[in-house]
Write a protein that binds this ligand. Structure first.
Ligand SMILES: Nc1nc2c(ncn2[C@@H]2O[C@H](COP(=O)(O)OP(=O)(O)OP(=O)(O)O)[C@@H](O)[C@H]2O)c(=O)[nH]1
Length: 351
């Protein structure tokens, strides 16, 4: 065990970072659309297009509402659906009464929908939008122009759709890279606070229980020293696989240090967690790893207590683990509330 857990958490959560990035996009699209559309309310009014002017004014009110809500509450009001609705209505109606001058707004509207909506919603709405604009163009413009308009609108939608799809894929790949440990595939520390806090919220609000197990491989340094770092890496991967195999899909497995793993068990009381911890240590010690390496592990177990912070909860599990190490390793120690249960550390039979 290299050192005690660092319980200070800096805000480096990748999920939060992506949400922040999406909020920025929503903010900018709404803000710059407002800058472009607000003067058109007066222009259309002065040209006696009263209905269009009113439509544009309501569109602007929606833009202002979304911007303010985002600024004040940090939330995305209406999820871009009113934006799409008004952009489509205004562009189509403007094309009907203004011809090309209205149609030109269709191109930025197509792109904006891909920025604001989910890919599926943007594809469906843009298909409808382009079909309606094509219908209007067919009646309003000569046939060659209708084809040019329909093809250029479709090509714009295709380009932006491909771009949005690739950005979405890259985003999820980067999130995976940022949230998992590349060696073992376990979650890394960036997700720790979020997962533990979620369990604490469930405890506070719905009286749900949850437990944490810290598992630390014993004398891991000797493996590196004797068989080399690559063999040590193999043992870590295999240990993670063995732990994962014993866990449920709803449990969370983290690698939080060199040879230290954390298991978060939702809906699990301390008693059940203690039993599971013993089984986890068994899966590590029961069979040799590659190169016939034999290894054991120690574990600290504790259940979340109402009103505590995630760091207090984890600190208690950490203390239980240290006690297990001090007591001779290859055993489980549990810690309830604020007191370590004296003598409750249960040795796991040596392999
Ligand atoms: N192969 C490999 N070794 C690692 C990795 N991360 C940390 N280590 C090694 O793990 C060892 C941990 O050593 P210690 O903290 O002394 O713990 P230990 O030897 O397991 O002793 P106890 O925990 O007290 O039983 C160090 O030698 C680290 O270099 C890794 O990713 N791969």
């Amino acid at each position: 065990m290299a050192k005690r857990l660092t319980l200070r958490y800096t805000n480096t959560n990748p999920t939060e970072a992506i949400l922040g990035f999406q909020r920025q996009i929503v903010y900018h699209v709404h803000f710059w659309t407002l800058v472009a559309v607000a003067p058109l309310v007066l222009v259309q009014w002065s040209e006696h297009h009263l209905l269009l002017s009113v439509l544009l004014a309501i569109f602007c009110l929606n833009l202002v509402a979304v911007i303010l809500y985002l600024r004040l509450r940090g939330r995305y009001l209406f999820k871009g659906r009113f934006f799409a609705l008004f952009a489509i209505a205004c562009t189509v109606y403007s094309t009907v009464i203004n011809g090309h001058n209205g149609l030109f707004w269709g191109y930025p509207a197509i792109a904006a929908m891909f920025f604001l909506l989910s890919l599926r919603e943007a594809l469906v709405l843009n298909a409808i939008f382009i079909a309606v604009l094509a219908g209007v163009s067919f009646h309003r413009f000569p046939t060659p122009e209708f084809w040019r308009i329909t093809c250029s609108l479709s090509l714009t939608a295709t380009f932006v759709a491909v771009f949005a799809w690739l950005v979405g894929r890259m985003q999820s790949e980067l999130t995976d890279l940022a949230t998992t440990d590349p060696l073992t595939g376990c979650l890394n520390r960036s997700q720790m606070a979020e997962v533990l806090n979620r369990q604490i919220q469930l405890r506070e609000r719905y009286e749900r229980v949850a437990s944490v197990i810290l598992v630390d491989l014993d004398h891991f340094k000797t493996i590196n020293d004797r068989w080399g770092h690559a063999a040590g890496d193999e043992v870590l991967c295999e240990a993670a696989t063995r732990l994962r195999r014993r866990l449920r899909d709803t449990d969370f497995l983290f690698r939080i240090g060199g040879e230290e793993f954390m298991v978060v068990l939702p809906e699990t009381r301390q008693k059940a967690a203690e039993e599971l911890a013993r089984q986890l240590l068994d899966t590590i010690s029961v069979a040799p790893f590659s190169k016939d390496i034999q290894i054991t592990a120690s574990a600290g177990v504790t259940e979340v207590v109402k009103g505590e912070t995630w760091s207090t909860w984890l600190n208690r599990a950490d203390q239980a683990l240290y006690t297990a190490k001090d007591a001779g390793r290859n055993r489980v120690m549990i810690m309830r509330g604020s007191e370590l249960e004296a003598g409750q550390g249960t040795p796991v039979p040596n392999p």
